[in-house]
Design a protein around this ligand. Structure first.
Ligand code: AMP
Length: 299
């Protein structure tokens, strides 16, 4: 079954202590769509300006990503610049230029309204609502966010939480949302805001799921070298939803496996700048990392 992804389609300028890479293909929707495409057909909803390099369109296409709902308009593509500290965990945003996103109003082609699996990747909650308004009874809706929206669009985000099945956020965002330091009471508070499934991302320490079937902990894939973690969270949730869509049936039956597949794709994302590594892997390479993860947690 297919997946609809809405989020940012961006040019990212990324600085690490070792290197600087301007105007890479980035954005939450780009990372998530590529990750999901290893498992299921993907429809990308987004907008780019006329400065968006043609080779990036080619890259989406090579992954079989359907671009019918990707608008190209005159103006500048969303541009984000960030800088990592030596530990590669702390990141500072240097620039966020919305460009064509400022006037973006996604309009779904009719057939896409029926897409069963929906990923509202990180973007303004008002846009996430706008896409959801156009969907007809999706089977499963998962949303991601970032601290910016908790700070400047909290009311919209709280409304969104009542409309989705699953919410993914990182541990510092969960603390910001609930004003709570304890992981367990934090997820309980988030369930009360609406979502049946809550997934907390903990960077290099993996992820934590709270669902009707209880808790599940997944480690991150241990990497000896992290080149650029930008988009790892988006790759995680994209891989997760792509896998779920490929299995169909009961979400509860497949969600733990989906988290492990998402974890495996996210690990590749960290091994190269932007999408450079993720766009060069195969499904087989993902399967091998899943096998390793399985061995890591067996006791
Ligand atoms: P992550 O590393 O998972 O937090 O995702 C990083 C991606 O988020 C980058 O590719 C950015 O282009 C994108 N991004 C950064 N700021 C924003 C924002 N305000 N809205 C949407 N996407 C953003």
């Amino acid at each position: 079954m297919s997946v609809l992804v809405v989020g940012s389609t961006a040019l990212d300028s990324i600085k690490t202590p070792k290197a600087e890479n301007p105007r890479l293909l980035g954005g939450s929707a780009s990372h998530a769509s590529v990750a999901a495409s290893f498992f299921s057909p993907v429809h990308l909803v987004g907008i780019v300006g006329d400065d968006f390099p043609k080779r990036y369109i080619g890259l989406y296409k090579r992954h079989g990503i359907n671009l019918e709902a990707l608008q190209t308009v005159p103006g500048k593509t969303f541009h984000w610049a960030g800088e990592y500290e030596v530990n590669m965990n702390n990141r500072r945003t240097l620039t966020t230029e919305l460009g064509v996103f400022e006037t973006f109003s996604p309009k779904l082609p009719k057939p896409l309204e029926e897409t069963p699996y929906v990923l509202l990747a990180n973007i303004a909650p008002a846009l996430q609502h706008h896409v959801l308004d156009q969907m007809r009874q999706p089977k499963f809706v998962i949303a991601d966010t970032m601290d910016l929206w908790l700070n400047i669009a909290l009311a919209d985000l709280l409304k969104l939480l009542r409309r989705i099945d699953a919410f993914v956020l990182n541990d510092s965002e969960a603390r910001l949302l609930t004003k709570d330091e304890n992981l367990v009471s934090t997820v309980r508070k988030i369930h009360r805001l609406g979502p049946k499934y809550v997934i907390i991302k903990k960077g290099e320490h993996g992820s934590f799921l709270s669902s009707p079937r209880g808790f599940f902990l997944a480690p991150a894939f241990p990497l000896q070298k992290v080149v650029d973690p930008t988009g790892a969270g988006d790759s995680f949730v994209g891989g997760l939803l792509g896998y779920l869509a490929s299995r169909g049936g009961s979400v509860d039956a497949h969600l733990r496996n989906a988290i492990v597949y998402g974890t495996a794709v996210a690990s590749f994302c960290c091994e190269g700048f932007g999408l450079k590594r993720t766009t060069r892997i195969s499904r087989q390479a993902i399967e091998e990392r899943v096998k390793t993860l399985r061995k890591l947690v067996a006791f």
